[in-house]
Design a protein around this ligand. Structure first.
Ligand code: DER
Length: 221
């Protein structure tokens, strides 16, 4: 029983003819894109944008109509995954390196549906290392600023090289352990020169669909 698939396919049922859809990134969003691809092949009429090059490629392989960002306008629904979800629907995202495009797409959607297996539900954010997207220019200064903020950053690596996002930026994964105030930390991080954005999605998710180990679905609004 694939819990990610169960949650993702439940979310895909929210998508109706004529909708403009944001396609998330990661192994859970993967199943939502595939399900929407099947429905498009069965006649579903949607327009979509993707939150990563990988999701864009997958959507096009299924024949999902991908529209340029400057033409699609506001989105009806975005379906995306998360690394952690707290009881207030605040999220840590970015495990798949797509946080910047994901946050932009989510912010331009009327509804953000988060899909995950039950293991992503936490009482307090922070056990999952918080991804922070950093421009390469003078990145050591930005790294130092993250350390000074108490974030305990580590550069995400891709083999021997530093990982690069679709946008050509670096990711610093911050070992926060426990985040007391996600809203406050989100602002503090994004105020740092050199930080592009971070994986805290505060007050953005409208619906959370969690697939539990027994196969049941916990759908919260
Ligand atoms: O990078 C991301 O934000 C992904 O959505 C991630 O948070 C969830 O990835 P997963 O569905 O592969 O666990």
């Amino acid at each position: 029983m694939n819990l990610k698939k169960i949650a993702a396919e439940r979310a895909a049922e929210y998508i109706k003819d004529g909708m403009k859809v944001g396609l998330g990134t990661g192994s859970t969003a993967y199943f939502a894109i595939c399900r929407l691809g099947e429905r498009v092949r069965d006649g579903l009429q949607i327009q979509a944008v993707a939150t990563s090059e990988a999701s864009d490629k997958l959507a096009r392989e299924w024949g999902i109509p991908i529209i340029p960002f400057d033409q699609i306008g506001r989105l009806d629904i975005t379906i995306d995954g998360a690394d952690e979800v707290d009881p207030d629907f605040n999220l840590i995202k970015g495990g798949g390196g797509a946080l910047l495009r994901e946050k932009i797409v989510a912010a331009n959607s009327d509804k953000l549906i988060i899909v995950a297996d039950g293991s992503k539900a936490v009482q307090q954010l922070g056990q999952f290392p918080l991804p922070v997207e950093v421009v390469p220019f003078a990145s050591e200064w930005t790294f130092q600023a993250l350390e000074n903020l108490g974030c305990r950053p580590k550069w995400r690596m891709n083999g021997d090289e530093r990982y690069l996002t679709d946008n050509g930026n670096l990711i610093a994964d911050c070992q926060m352990e426990a985040i007391e105030n996600a809203a406050e930390l989100n602002v503090k991080l994004n105020m740092l020169p050199g930080v592009v954005d971070n994986g805290l999605f505060v007050d953005m998710a409208d619906t959370v669909i969690l697939a539990k180990d027994d196969g049941s679905i916990d759908e919260r609004h």
